[in-house]
Design a protein around this ligand. Structure first.
Ligand SMILES: [Zn+2]
Ligand SMILES: [Zn+2]
Length: 425
């Protein structure tokens, strides 16, 4: 791959320079757009102003915009999806997706353009993604002589609760606007600003959210022999769940089992009737995913049995499909093709292979069960000095924001435009 990139670098420098110059002209206004979006974050499923802003900007650029587009299962909720189409003759269709929602995080960056919506923050970089999408839209509209086909830009709501992609697809995104041949997305990453990361195959983990209710028989704290204590069983369960990753997982398969919240009891001298555990589980391999979930169901049952809990008080295992999502896989050939295209545009040293992460995404749903090649690329948004020193705040942190948004946006737009031009050349 590197030799090919070098060869092409030598043969097409004029093209690479001109796209960079073209993008550089947009950067000052993109930084302003980014700062406005950063200051007005909205929570998942409440992206009213954000989506209207994105839809209007895309309409102004001459795109055919449909908005709001999408449908959630819950009645009475609006899916604020944005679909923007630019047709330019015969050729393939490329879908480019940005997510739009913020997080329930009180911002602590101290930036002059910090969130003005108390308790809500763009802590995952979706403000960068939207701005990159708008910059990409502008440059592609101006460079129509360089590509043939259809560009489908997606402003997706509710990524943080992994509902938005499903909502847009359920409303007939592909039936109404055509099936894309490729789907791509960029996500902010803790990687030096100016760099883009890629990873073929498994990229982001599957998430399973579930609750365990450990039921016992309550009573007086001074008479434990007359009870079946769910606090003790919950403690045993939490410890025993650790053996899933240490003893049951195939050693080369990544698995995370986290009990993030525990709830039970009212007073120190009362043994409660039940204790509730809230879990998040991360896996890549679908077979391993099934086995881990089966283990989480089995282990508390065994502990209850050992404690002599009556059958009608057996633990309850409650999977939450609405808060669960499959793993995100990047198509191998498409990843390699885009890594080459981006190396030509950004320079080989700025396009690097990265490790998968145990975080999750719903972008994979746009692949329609793996039938449409999709790639999510990682857009470096970190400060190299802070990364080296180990002090860079991570995604979802109240202190996360790119320290050099101009460089991040410039790199993001160059990367997205270069990818689309390569696919529609
Ligand atoms: Zn996030
Ligand atoms: Zn995100």
């Amino acid at each position: 791959m590197r030799r090919l990139a070098l060869l092409l670098l030598l043969t097409v420098p004029a093209f690479a320079q001109s796209l960079d110059e073209r993008v550089a002209r947009e950067v000052p206004s993109l930084v302003e757009t980014y700062q406005s979006l950063h200051a007005m974050p909205e929570l998942s499923q409440q992206e009213v102003k954000t989506s209207a802003f994105v839809a209007q900007r895309l309409r102004d650029l001459g795109y055919e915009v449909t908005y709001p587009f999408g449908r959630y299962k819950e009645p009475g909720t609006t899916c604020y999806g944005v679909v923007a189409i630019l047709r330019n003759g015969n050729g393939p269709t490329v879908l480019v997706r940005s997510d739009m929602d913020g997080l329930p995080v009180p911002e602590q960056t101290g930036l002059p353009y910090a969130s003005q919506n108390a308790g809500v923050m763009h802590a995952c970089g979706h403000d960068v993604h939207m701005t990159t999408l708008l910059g990409t839209a502008k440059v592609l509209a101006d460079l129509k002589s360089r590509w043939k086909g259809t560009v489908m830009l997606i402003g997706q709501p509710a990524e943080e609760i992994v509902r938005g992609a499903e909502g847009m697809l359920a409303a007939g995104l592909y039936e109404k606007f055509g099936r894309p041949n490729y789907a791509i997305a960029l996500h902010d990453w803790i990687l030096d600003a100016g760099k883009v990361g890629y990873r073929a195959g498994a990229f982001m983990a599957a998430t399973d959210s579930l609750n365990l209710t450990i039921r016992g028989v309550g009573g007086h704290g001074a008479a434990p022999h007359a009870t079946k204590d769910p606090v003790v069983m919950a403690a045993e369960t939490i410890v025993a769940l650790q053996t899933i990753t240490s003893r049951e997982r195939p050693p080369l398969e990544p698995v995370v089992v986290t009990v993030g919240k525990i709830e039970g009891g009212t007073k120190r001298n009362i043994i409660p009737d039940e204790v509730k555990l809230y879990l998040t589980v991360r896996t890549f391999n679908p077979e391993v995913r099934k086995r881990v979930l089966a283990s989480i169901e089995r282990i508390p049952k065994g502990i209850a049995l050992a404690a002599g809990v009556p059958d009608d008080r057996a633990p309850l295992f409650e999977p939450l499909p609405a808060e669960s999502i499959a793993a995100t896989f990047n198509d191998g050939p498409l990843t390699e093709r885009l890594a080459n295209a981006l190396s030509r545009e950004l320079g080989g040293a700025n396009v690097i292979e990265i490790e998968p992460a145990m975080v999750s995404e719903d972008f994979g749903l746009f692949s329609d069960g793996g039938k449409i090649p999709t790639v999510m690329l990682a857009l470096g948004a970190g400060d190299p000095a802070k990364i080296a020193a180990g002090t860079q705040p991570g995604l979802h942190s109240s202190k996360f924001a790119p320290s050099d948004p101009a460089l991040v946006l410039r790199t993001g737009v160059r990367a997205a435009v270069a990818a689309v031009l390569d696919l529609l050349k």
